[in-house]
Design a protein around this ligand. Structure first.
Ligand code: COD
Ligand code: ZN
Length: 375
């Protein structure tokens, strides 16, 4: 159904960087051509929402609606949309797939040139917003903005999924869990018996751990400054835990010792570029592979001695685990339904929408993996 009506609904609006979100009545425009309006059912808080909300670098992008890890139901479709209809269950996509550009057709990349990561707070199609409050535009986040009862996304920035899947769990596949599994399977292609080190045991890092375990890794070493992460990590396959704060020597030295010269694969899941260097130093000569997933909180530059690369290590990275979202995420949903992957265990907290600020506190205090917000 094509809709022309504006919807008035509740949204959690950020009025400034680091300021508590305020639940406001906002107006959500109908979808423009090739867009869909989605009733958000569940949205989880991901670390990069916090990273962007805390950043002082974008004062011009407020008021803003954050949120990019979400599931929902199509409410209406814009002109020209044939792929979706009212009632379809969807995951939102912070990197879309236009299916036509050089990257989408390459078979090698998920960096869509048309619907890639949107950083300027507007819709891809016409560079305007679909949200307003008392006549003032409200900026989007990653062209998703799921901290709202309704949102508008480009039809290339959503994917239809099996309606049997519980929306309050599989929203995690729209970012965190998919990012980690994809890094382990698609990007690193972890082989059986290999040694893996994961820096940062949040949902992303622990999804790398799950992916490594399912591939039969022999050792999965988790590095985190929060001691509570070891117990959590065990459930996802972490076999040894290192807390750098408890060590008298650099963590890379310890890892080299216990892995006979360095691990086969190391993953940076903290969002600290300094840790990318440590991760590169922790993998082995010859074939050691470091995959970086973290969205940097501060300085984004990486510093590394070129001998680390001359000796045969590789440094790479991925967004959303390298998955082509339209093509690949429905398969992950089906794997969950077939009990081939775990998701429920990452949901440590559930909150009603009105208490969304508590989700921010829980993650910043290191108490949650994922807090699912129920709209
Ligand atoms: N040393 C060791 N561990 C640390 C350190 C440190 N110096 N600092 C923090 N940590 C630990 C924390 O204790 C925590 O356990 C973990 O690192 C980070 O976990 P969370 O829960 O804060 O974060 P996640 O797992 O939600 O997010 C992780 C990333 C930081 C990797 C984030 O950038 C991300 O979501 N990346 C996904 C990749 C992607 O595709 N992003 C695009 C848009 S989201
Ligand atoms: Zn995310």
């Amino acid at each position: 159904m094509s809709s022309t009506a504006i919807i008035t609904c509740k949204a959690a609006v950020a009025w400034g960087a680091g300021e508590a979100l305020v639940i406001e009545e906002v107006e959500v425009d109908p979808p423009k051509p090739m867009e869909i309006r989605v009733k958000v059912i569940s949205t989880a808080l991901c670390r990069s929402d916090i990273t962007q909300w805390e950043s002082k670098a974008f004062p011009h992008l407020y008021p803003r609606i954050f949120g990019h890890e979400a599931s929902g139901i199509v409410e209406s479709v814009g002109e020209g949309v044939e792929e979706f209809k009212e009632g379809d269950h969807v995951l939102t996509l912070f990197i879309g797939e236009c299916m036509k550009c050089k990257h989408c057709t390459s078979g090698k990349s998920n960096m869509c040139q048309v619907l890639g990561l949107e950083r300027t707070g507007v819709m891809h199609s016409d560079k305007t917003t679909r949200f307003s409050l008392r006549g003032k535009p409200i900026y989007h986040y990653c062209a998703v903005s799921s901290f709202s009862e309704y949102t508008v996304v480009h039809s290339g920035c959503a994917v239809k999924i099996n309606p049997a899947a519980p929306l309050e769990k599989i929203c995690l596949l729209s970012c965190g869990v998919a990012a980690g599994l994809g890094a382990a399977w698609r990007v690193a292609d972890i082989s059986k018996g290999s040694t893996v080190v994961i820096f940062g045991l949040g949902t992303v890092g622990l999804s790398v751990a799950q992916g490594a375990k399912l591939r039969g890794a022999s050792q999965i070493i988790g590095v985190d400054i929060n001691p509570e992460k070891f117990e959590k990590g065990k459930a996802f396959g972490v076999t040894k835990f290192i807390n750098p704060n408890d060590c008298n020597e650099p963590v890379q030295q310890i890892i080299k010792r216990i892995t006979d010269g360095g691990a086969d694969y190391t993953f940076e899941c903290i969002g600290d570029p300094g840790m990318i260097t440590t991760a590169l130093q922790s993998c082995c000569d010859g074939w050691g592979l470091t995959v970086t997933l973290g969205v940097p909180k501060l300085k984004p530059e990486i510093v590394a001695h070129c001998a680390l690369l001359l000796s045969g290590r590789t440094l790479t990275g991925s967004m959303l685990g390298g998955w082509k979202p339209k093509s690949d995420l429905p398969k992950l949903v089906d794997m969950y339904l077939n009990k081939e992957i775990q998701i429920d265990e990452y949901v440590t907290h559930d909150l009603p929408f009105t208490e969304i600020n508590k989700a921010f506190d829980l993650m910043r205090e290191g108490k949650s993996l994922r807090c699912v917000i129920h709209m």
